[in-house]
Design a protein around this ligand. Structure first.
Ligand code: SF4
Length: 405
């Protein structure tokens, strides 16, 4: 079997909305403030790109031994991320979703929109999203401490976040994710524990919880380097992560990925019902389409990235068939490294059969030394079926992933 022909059939679509009210101090995403006057032109260009994408295959073309979720159990997904998708006026959002439906039909699909709590308050926006067919909301809350939210440059308070979350519930969203960050400047282990203890009282379905990464290009990095703030050391952030795993498990949340926890009895593929399936597709290294400035796609052994800047994107994507992508053909080694790095993020790990399907090799032969090293360090468990990180290994994921490059 030639691994290059083993396409899963792209049933997943990422759409990038690169507008924000202002840039948060820690953010290095491809997003721009004060460019709202380009939104209408951007949406037209984006719809052009979406309509030119191939339609989703009716059934995934998957080899027999593949991961159960790859055999068609995993529903199609659409994810609008950013940036701040919830800044789009609702009529423009409707335009985008209508064009997205030409790629991935909505029936049975998970359709997620990222919302900044500061953009949806006091509007009918969430209700309108629901009436457009959106069935999952992901909110960037990040912290429940107002001083920390200000330090991060967020446009909302903790009370705004709660009100927006409750609004999502009130209008009928039954699957809501909240994003949080720990390891913030000045944050103690007690602060983080208090945040988490409060967040679970909201009756949330899903948490995506990340350790702060100080990106060099950001104002927060400069402030920390300049001595204005100090960040907790690795021991403290390790304790915060361990507490998160233990506390959320005790509260009935199932950790299904290094940074993701969900509630609900078993859903597709044995995942919790509220698991974020679009991200699961990434972790299975499935094929997916992408559209929008700076959006990354992965189809049939190639990765591509769309042109980054909003004005450049409008100028090019606004003209049908003009080149807007930089494409990289993946080598067999690239695909194996990516499949390992993504698959090991899942708590259930990655099966040998799935790796064969995706990469055409038996990783036990190609990376015998890497597997033995990680196992000896107590970071990796090996079974007859596959590989997975140990709970301790989840804290050192990058160290393990590096062994497979
Ligand atoms: S709202 Fe999100 S995408 Fe926008 S600047 Fe803040 S962190 Fe970045």
């Amino acid at each position: 079997m030639d691994w290059r022909t083993t396409t899963i059939g792209a049933r997943h679509l990422y759409i990038h909305i690169p507008f924000c009210h202002r840039r948060c101090a820690y953010c290095d995403f491809n997003t721009y403030a004060n460019m709202e006057d380009r939104m209408a032109a951007y949406v037209n260009a984006l719809c052009n790109e979406l309509r030119a994408l191939p339609r989703m295959p009716t059934a995934p073309a998957v080899p027999a031994g593949s991961h159960p979720l790859m055999r068609g159990d995993l529903p199609p997904t659409i994810f609008l991320g950013g940036g701040t998708p919830s800044m789009l006026p609702i009529d423009q959002m409707a335009q985008v979703l209508e064009a997205a439906a030409t790629v991935v039909p909505f029936a049975g699909a998970e359709i997620t929109v990222e919302c900044n709590p500061g953009t949806v308050l006091g509007r009918d926006y969430l209700r309108d999203l629901r009436s457009l067919g959106v069935n999952r909301i992901s909110m960037g809350v990040q912290s429940l401490s107002d001083p920390m939210l200000r330090m991060l440059g967020r446009i909302h308070s903790a009370a705004d976040a709660r009100a927006s979350y409750e609004d999502a519930r009130r209008v009928g969203f039954d699957s809501v994710n909240l994003d949080f960050i720990f390891g913030l400047p000045g944050q103690t282990a007690d602060d983080w524990q208090a945040t988490l203890a409060e967040a679970v009282t909201w009756d949330v379905d899903h948490f995506a919880i990340y350790s702060l990464i100080l990106e060099e290009s950001t104002p927060l990095y400069a402030q920390v380097m300049g001595g204005r703030w100090s960040v907790p050391d690795d021991d403290i952030t390790g304790q915060m992560y361990e507490h998160t795993m233990e506390f959320l498990a005790a509260q009935g949340y199932h950790q299904y990925e290094i940074s993701n926890w969900a509630r609900g009895t078993a859903g597709v593929g044995g995942l919790p019902r509220h698991a974020g399936l679009h991200n699961v597709a990434y972790w299975l290294n499935a094929d997916y389409h992408a559209a929008g400035a700076g959006a990354h796609g992965h189809v049939a052994g190639q990765r591509y990235v769309d042109i980054l800047g909003i004005d450049d994107y409008i100028a090019k994507a606004g003209v049908l068939n003009s080149p807007i992508r930089e494409t990289t053909a993946l080598t067999a080694a690239d695909t194996l490294a990516e499949t390992m790095m993504m698959g090991l993020r899942l708590n259930d790990g990655i099966s040998f059969a799935h790796i064969v399907d995706r990469c055409g090799v038996d990783v036990r032969q190609v990376h015998a030394a890497a597997i033995a090293t990680a196992q000896a360090q107590g970071l990796l468990e090996v079974s007859d079926v596959g590989l997975r990180l140990t709970p301790h290994g989840r804290m050192f994921g990058n160290q393990v992933f590096g062994l497979f490059v």
